[in-house]
Design a protein around this ligand. Structure first.
Ligand SMILES: C[S@@+](CC[C@H](N)C(=O)[O-])C[C@H]1O[C@@H](n2cnc3c(N)ncnc32)[C@H](O)[C@@H]1O
Ligand code: SF4
Length: 349
């Protein structure tokens, strides 16, 4: 466990990592468990009934999340995203959202969910102050959907969740669709067509080699360029400016005014150069890359009585030492420790 050595004054300069990147975004995994078993994330043969997930006492409490988040905001974080596992499995999540949105300096609080429990929670999430929501939906074909959720999902529930989120005013809603060759790539135009003109923005994500358990194969990746051509041949598309520096999706507008779609091309067009994201696992470890091989516990020093200044010093030191650029190196060399990458369900997407 790293020991905080240098104290950081409250108004200290914000840290930059070893490649000059600031810390702007924090993804907080509030729950390592999930009610789906998407084969590309938590294959059911690995995450079976006797799999040992975290005990509730091992997970950060809301109070601990809030304390750490305040320190991350001091270090430059402005945007928060709650994720998992499935974040809507965490009881009383709106209470946490309400408290996070009231931290001075926090400009945006978003949530990523598989949507299956969303219909019943959408209104209270909005009322708590949630700004934005991303729902994961890989296909509208019920059979493909069932296969891609590990047989656990309810497509109708997810669609109802999207509708209730829209009614609650959680707009613009984004959809994440992971595309795998030979699995759901034949359904991308259905997805784009279904949500065209509704204000919902579908983003197609290249299947990534996160973790070690999803049996990733490069041959299953469908390059965004191919999808862009396929969708563009049906409905002409024109590139849009990015909304902000570091935005991961490349945006395209339907030229007939039907809205926009996005492409997240972590495999074929890595975006490490602008990455300002830190990730906090449900048990309070800080990961500085989605493909990291290890994290550093903030929970342990926090529970051992570390002061805010000591925890801030640790955050500054960990971010300052960050040199991760896994996706950029993937193409040219096999990154060291490849076999022990952290699993995505544990740190969140
Ligand atoms: C890990 S999930 C957590 C939140 C929630 N359970 C959900 O599915 O939206 C976050 C995002 O990561 C994406 N994801 C998981 N495994 C992936 C992989 N191997 N490649 C690309 N995206 C992946 C999911 O599709 C989802 O949009
Ligand atoms: S992608 Fe989301 S819904 Fe699917 S298994 Fe992973 S955490 Fe669960």
């Amino acid at each position: 466990m790293p020991n905080p050595q240098v104290l950081v004054p409250i108004n200290a300069p914000r840290p930059r990592d070893a490649l000059g990147r600031p810390l702007r975004d924090l993804r907080i995994s509030v729950m390592d468990r999930c009610n789906f078993r998407c084969p590309y994330c938590m294959p059911r043969e690995q995450y079976h009934e006797s799999y040992r997930f975290l005990k509730s006492t091992e997970r950060l409490s809301f109070e601990e999340i809030l304390r750490l988040t305040r320190l991350f905001v001091r270090a430059g974080v402005r945007k928060l995203r709650l994720t998992g596992g499935e974040p809507l499995l965490r009881h009383n999540l709106p209470d946490l959202i309400g408290d996070l949105t009231s931290i001075p300096g926090v400009e945006d609080v978003a949530l990523t969910t598989n949507g299956v429990l969303l219909a019943r929670h959408a209104a209270e999430l909005k009322a708590a102050g949630l700004n934005r929501i991303t729902v994961s939906l890989d296909s509208l074909d019920p059979e493909v959907f069932a296969r891609m959720s590990g047989g656990f999902g309810g497509l109708e529930d997810v669609l109802e969740g999207i509708e209730q989120a829209r009614r609650a005013g959680l707009a613009p809603i984004k959809l994440n669709a992971v595309i795998q060759r030979g699995v759901n790539d034949h359904t991308v135009c259905d997805l784009a067509g279904h949500f065209r003109g509704t204000g919902v923005i579908v983003r197609f994500i290249e299947y990534m080699d996160v973790g070690n358990r999803n049996h990733w194969e490069a041959g299953r990746v469908v390059p965004s360029k191919e999808l862009l051509e396929r969708i563009g041949a049906r409905w002409p598309l024109a590139p849009l400016e990015r909304n902000y520096r570091g935005e991961v999706a490349r945006r395209y507008a339907f030229t007939d005014g039907g809205g926009e779609v996005g492409f997240i091309s972590s495999v074929t067009q890595p975006f490490c150069g602008d990455c300002s994201r830190a990730r906090l696992s449900s048990d309070g470890s800080l990961y500085t890359c989605l493909f990291a091989t290890h994290g550093s516990s903030l929970r342990d020093p926090l529970r051992a009585g570390a002061s805010d200044e000591e925890l801030s010093a640790l955050i500054h030191r960990l971010w300052g030492a960050r040199a991760d650029r896994y996706s950029e190196l993937r193409a040219t060399q096999r990154p060291a420790g490849d076999q022990h990458k952290v699993e995505m369900y544990y740190i969140g997407g």
